[in-house]
Design a protein around this ligand. Structure first.
Ligand code: 5GP
Ligand code: ZN
Length: 139
């Protein structure tokens, strides 16, 4: 199956491109949360954040910052969300890695209804330990 974002990179599918360099391209999402909702992607096809080649990560983050600044200035907004869905469980629908940059307006009606949890005593430490063990041991 063809990857729609690769098609955009290769100019086989139209998009409103707002930034491009050797490794990165950014364009407007065609079903935006708010107008100006932008996507920043590596040009190379990689499915999710974990598979972005290390030598693309710095370019990617720099582009996210540059596009965020431009969205703020260009649309005269003061807030924005950076979101990335990784994996079907997390809501990813296009499996070519991307960051969403979503301009926010005081008047927009977007509300995140999160079902926040509470740790039982001692449980937080247990979760931290489970993660910590792997942070410095990434084979
Ligand atoms: P995800 O659900 O994977 O986090 O985000 C994928 C995003 O890509 C969605 O917000 C969707 O609107 C956007 N998208 C999907 N197909 C196209 C397309 O053909 N062109 C553009 N510009 N955006 C797309
Ligand atoms: Zn792709």
């Amino acid at each position: 199956m063809k990857c729609i974002f690769c098609e955009i990179v290769n100019r086989n599918s139209p998009a409103e491109i707002i930034f491009e360099d050797e490794k990165i391209i950014a364009f407007l999402d065609n079903k935006p949360f708010n107008f100006g909702h932008s996507l920043v992607i590596p040009k190379i096809h990689c499915e999710d954040f974990l598979s972005v080649p290390e030598d693309h990560l710095m370019n990617l983050i720099s582009a996210v910052q540059a596009v965020s600044k431009a969205v703020l200035k260009g649309l005269n907004v003061s807030g924005f969300n950076i979101i990335s869905n990784n994996g079907k469980t997390a809501g990813q629908s296009v499996f070519h890695f991307h960051f969403h940059i979503i301009p926010r307006f005081k008047s927009d009606k977007h509300k995140y209804r999160l079902n926040l949890k509470s740790y039982a005593p001692g449980e937080m430490k247990r979760f931290a330990e489970s993660i910590k063990n792997f942070v410095n041991n990434q084979e």
